[in-house]
Design a protein. Structure first.
Length: 100
């Protein structure tokens, strides 16, 4: 099997990246890129992969934002609970001072 066929199989069938293909075959990533760009179907597949990467990036970014908000909310709730406890303790102590 020629390098051309190996590259075509690895890229289109196994969804490998250019760098992974270069390591597997033992050639440079520039060579892999040059071979792929000579294939007409490369541009459509590359465009689809780029779109998928953008969607994953946006989804991960949104998840990170929600995780951060959740973490902040938990911290705020912990602080609020602590302040309520301190307020209750201070109220009891102050009532003892004025009653006794």
């Amino acid at each position: 099997m020629s390098n051309y066929e190996k590259i075509k199989t690895l890229y289109f069938s196994e969804d490998k990246t250019q760098i992974e293909i270069a390591k597997i075959i033992g050639v440079s990533s520039q060579y892999v890129s040059k071979v792929l760009r000579s294939m007409p179907e490369y541009y459509k597949v590359n465009k689809d992969r780029r779109y998928d990467r953008q969607l994953r990036y946006k989804a991960n970014k949104i998840k990170a934002i929600w995780d951060k908000r959740k973490q902040i909310k938990m911290q705020d709730e912990a602080i609020f609970g602590y302040l309520k406890l301190k307020q209750a303790q201070n109220a009891i102590e102050m009532s003892k001072r004025y009653v006794g």
